[in-house]
Write a protein that binds this ligand. Sequence first.
Ligand code: G16
Length: 544
Amino acid sequence: MTALEKAAAIAVEKHPRLQDKTITYGTAGFRTKAEDLDHVMYRMGLLAVLASQARKATIGVMITASHNPEEDNGVKLIDTFGEMMPPVWEKYATELANTTDPGIPASLKSIIDAEKIDTSVPGNVFVAKDTRASSPSLAQAVQDGVAAIGGKSKDYGLLTTPQLHFMVCCTNTQGAYGIATEEGYYDKLTTAFKKLQTDSETKGSYSRQLYVDAANGVGAPKVKLLQGRLGDLLQLHITNDGSQGKLNHRCGADFVKVQQQGPDGLKVEPSMRCASFDGDADRIVFFYLDKQKTFHLLDGDKIATLVAGYLQELVKGSGLTLNLGLVQTAYANGSSTDFITNVMKVPVACVPTGVKHLHHRAQEFDIGVYFEANGHGTVLFSKGAREAITKQSESTSIPEEQQKLANTLANTMDVINQTVGDAISDMLLVETILARRGWDSEDWDAMYADLPNRQIKIKVKDRAVVETTDAERKTTSPAGLQEAIDKLVAGYTKGRSFVRPSGTEDVVRVYAEADTQANADELAYKVGEAVYDLAGGVGDKPSA
Ligand code: G16
């Protein structure tokens, strides 16, 4: 029996495909009801070994459904330096996941041929999981897949998604990026964070207290481990730590962003600066109540502007010439794009939803800041930028002030998890900037005023009927939908709206913004009705 036939035999015996539902590698991997995923996970173990052999590097497999409800699960594949797998590997993943059990050898063979893989190369796979009840058995299925095809897996147990990205990158850079252990992760981030806290006194209106809603997810135990290492520099008050509530249920970054309200389990008072993670801690949004107890969200757009403004100052102040750019998606608030372009004078690119698109585009800048409005983002420094910053920070022939700021920039690079958006690392970055500026939430929020906006979800028979173009800002199908949206938008001052099929949930997402909250809400629901009518809506028709 060949190795590929053996992989199929084990599939039949231990991880058979019991239904013929088609599953597609979406915005961030496969994601669906956990009960439908056992065979998919086994096959992703097989695929990860091939990817590892093709790259001659370690590959990561993260078991998580991130912001989705507890009963869902999913898998994210992580490439050599912590990036997402390229589209062609997503295609292989979809083909392999949907073939019959006897079809496995042929599917694997076609990938081996297409990628000219030398299968005698050792295959190494790192596996980690979030806190869902279904995660342990699905992680086992991945490991069974790895072993079936002769690969080796290392099980990291519970990790946040960005921690696993970090481990993969550290290993494949032979330690240059950091040490591939949890200790190594906390050490790198906290050492840099401490160096950046230069003022022993708290400046301006900054407060060292932060209230963290951990979404009852894997971020909770991890942020607790971090807490012990921060001392008095940042006091974290952690709620929704998994001891009581349900994962992502009325809490977490997605809930807070979409509902524009604080999470259950946290009694917010006006003086509190708060942050919400999502279920696998790769997203973060901040929020606060003003003196009138009105809720204010500081989302990915606000984080991006805060970070880009700070980096811009440091680059200039340290006498470096590096091009800084920002990458957003269609969900970016119109005010943020205006502010970044016209006030900060930083170039902005717009790409389709999904970290892979943002990450890729951000690599075109010396310093690329990318954030989705939902709080997923990070900063990438090109090799040239990293070298120039390090050289400047060590230079003795430039003015002291320039050298000092270059040093700050160098430490800032180390507080950032450049492999992917990371709630813990982004939290430390935001806190660094607020502390140095002497700002609290309201000072930060005052950088620019968001346009009122609303997001809703519409259930349709088949969300694939909605097709988009122009970085998802326009629809090309179904017929008549874009014309209907254009007509509706024309009726609102500062109106903007778009719709797109979700790649993680079985819904079509609708986004609308306008001059007032009432108008943004009305526009969203009217566009939602158009989607329902023209794209095969099911269930109740949307109503405000
Ligand atoms: C994932 C992706 C994000 C994306 C989000 C929602 O996040 O990593 O890039 O914005 O899904 O995607 P969609 O609108 O297609 O459902 P997470 O945090 O859920 O993994």
